[in-house]
Design a protein around this ligand. Structure first.
Ligand code: SF4
Length: 357
């Protein structure tokens, strides 16, 4: 293995080169979507594991998801919008304690404003919107930084409050929240991911719920979200032997709820699609041919500076190109010297990918 320094998003990072071939075979919905969006994006995230700058929009999504998970910790009668709104600051401070670098999002010289960041309300005095109870963690670099954070928190609070107009948590008792799922298909491919919420009716019917902090897409762009949901439905079906009755997408940005009731053939079709996708990923891994695919989503990509579509040069391909690439169980012992990076597509960007984009 050789370590080199490369520049990504204005940062110099160490980059491993010439590691052995990938030894695992797993996919998450996020990484599958990455490959479908742009194979080169998948390579940068999964093979090279290049760091990405956090964005205000994605960080807000992380905070909102945390609130919607924890709101169910309280007894049903106490799950109010007012209480949930107050939890936004708590969850932000909790996140900031784990990831202090996020404070830079609101610093006087922000690294990069989010393309999806909401503008302040017309005529609003953002500094006046600071939550009650004194200074909030992350504020302190100056009044402009404080105002940016206050606007961002207000946006998050409004998303949380809107959820109460779409669902009634006093009438819900989720079976699972932020549920980690993983299953292995007959082919050896592992599917894994985190489901926001699982509801089980007294009759045993299963509903899978996913929160999106963005707006509901137009019907012609709804395929990505549906793919993610059918992915989770397939995993639950394979794991539990129960076909989820309903897949529910809750779009907090626009206040929409979309439903889809899958049938077995839908899930078999998504399984075939995933296997074909994995074959394409294996082929790209083997040949090193990760082609960029320029779309309007490039606006959210952290790797534009090293992308050929934008005049950049990717770092050297970090894997040894091989003639054959066996599909190996993730639990199998690695070859001598094997290690990261690998083509294990489960490495998930968490909430840092702007959902609803
Ligand atoms: S900028 Fe666009 S084309 Fe380039 S790697 Fe990112 S998503 Fe792919």
């Amino acid at each position: 293995m050789v370590l080199r320094r490369v520049s990504v998003a204005g940062r110099r990072v160490l980059h491993m080169e010439a590691s052995p071939a990938p030894r695992t075979a797993s996919l998450s919905p996020s990484r599958a979507a990455d490959f479908m969006q742009c194979p080169l994006l998948y390579r940068f995230r999964v093979i090279d594991r290049l760091p990405e700058e956090p964005s205000p929009a994605a960080t807000r999504g992380t905070v909102v998801h945390a609130v919607l998970e924890r709101v169910f910790d309280a007894p049903a009668g106490q799950r109010t919008a007012r209480r949930a709104r107050a939890m936004v600051v708590q969850e932000w401070e909790r996140l900031l304690a784990r990831r202090p670098e996020l404070a830079a999002l609101f610093a006087d010289e922000p690294a990069e404003p989010s393309a999806g960041a909401a503008a302040p309300a017309d005529g609003a005095d953002a500094s006046a919107a600071a939550p009650e109870g004194g200074p909030v963690a992350g504020v302190g670099a100056g009044p402009e930084a404080a105002a940016r954070l206050a606007r961002w928190l207000t946006d998050a609070e409004e998303l949380v409050e809107r959820w109460f107009t779409l669902e009634d948590p006093t009438r819900l008792e989720p079976a699972e929240r932020e549920m980690w799922v993983e299953t292995k298909l007959d082919s050896g491919l592992r599917l894994r991911g985190v489901i926001d919420r699982v509801d089980i009716a007294p009759t045993g019917e299963v509903r899978i719920v996913d929160y999106k902090t963005g707006k509901a897409p137009r019907p012609e762009y709804a395929g990505d979200a549906l793919f993610q949901m059918t992915f989770y439905a397939l995993v639950v079906w394979r794991l539990k032997g129960v076909l989820p009755r309903r897949l529910q997408l809750v779009y907090l940005g626009s206040g929409d709820v979309r439903h889809y009731d899958p049938v077995e053939e839908d899930l078999r079709a998504v399984e075939r699609k995933l296997l074909a996708l994995w074959e394409a990923i294996r082929e790209a891994t083997e040949t090193g041919d990760w082609r960029p695919r320029r779309t309007k989503l490039c606006g959210w990509c952290s790797y534009r500076s090293i992308c050929p579509e934008f005049g950049g040069t990717p770092p050297p391909y970090p894997l040894l190109v091989q003639d054959t690439l066996p599909l190996v169980d993730a639990g199998a012992p690695a070859a001598p010297g094997a290690g990261r990076p690998s083509a294990d597509a489960s490495a998930d960007g968490g909430r840092q990918a702007p959902d609803g984009a």
